[in-house]
Design a protein around this ligand. Structure first.
Ligand SMILES: Nc1ncnc2c1ncn2[C@@H]1O[C@H](COP(=O)(O)OP(=O)(O)O)[C@@H](O)[C@H]1O
Ligand SMILES: [Mg+2]
Length: 148
């Protein structure tokens, strides 16, 4: 487990840039935390780091998924807040993401369709501070977050 203080937006950007250097096709990153915790902000910085700063990254709140192509890497940015059952995931192309990078807000709504090998990032806020807590699930992520 790794704890990252996210003091301000530029700290979140730097953290996203560090993580961008590690990501590989097939990676799954679950972005946890309540409304306003900073999940979309982080996903935006990560996508910009991979795609280029000029990339427009709309929140997937209404579309549920937004996709990007960063060279050979396909990126899937999901916000599952509005799905009612995990059965809806199939239609959203959930099973076609295995070769790309998945960034998933409200991952708990995917229930047992969450992959076992994944990185969980929990965003938390208090009046004083913001923190991201990283937990690697599976050997692969456990060893990789130490390279961060
Ligand atoms: N590290 C940070 N420092 C200050 N403000 C932040 C930080 N991260 C996010 N925010 C702000 O918090 C608000 C909510 O962020 P957002 O990413 O939309 O949350 P979520 O997707 O978790 O609901 C936005 O106004 C965003 O600019
Ligand atoms: Mg969001």
């Amino acid at each position: 487990m790794i704890s990252e203080p996210l003091t301000d937006l530029s700290t979140t950007r730097l953290f996203a840039q560090r993580l961008a250097r590690l990501v590989q096709p097939g990676d799954f990153i679950a972005l946890r935390g309540g409304l306003g915790a900073g999940k979309t902000t982080f996903a935006r910085f990560l996508i910009s780091a991979l795609m280029g700063e000029e990339t427009v990254v709309p929140s997937p709140t209404y579309t549920i998924v937004q996709t990007y192509n960063a060279g050979d890497l396909e990126i899937f940015h999901f916000d599952l807040y509005r799905i009612e059952t995990p059965d809806e995931l199939e239609e959203l192309g959930w099973d076609d993401t295995y070769n790309g990078l998945s960034l998933v807000e409200w991952p708990q709504h995917a229930d047992d369709r969450l992959p076992r090998n994944r990185l969980d990032i929990e965003f938390s806020t208090s009046t004083e501070s913001r923190t991201a807590t990283l937990v690697g699930h599976g050997e692969y992520w456990q060893s990789r977050i130490n390279e961060l």
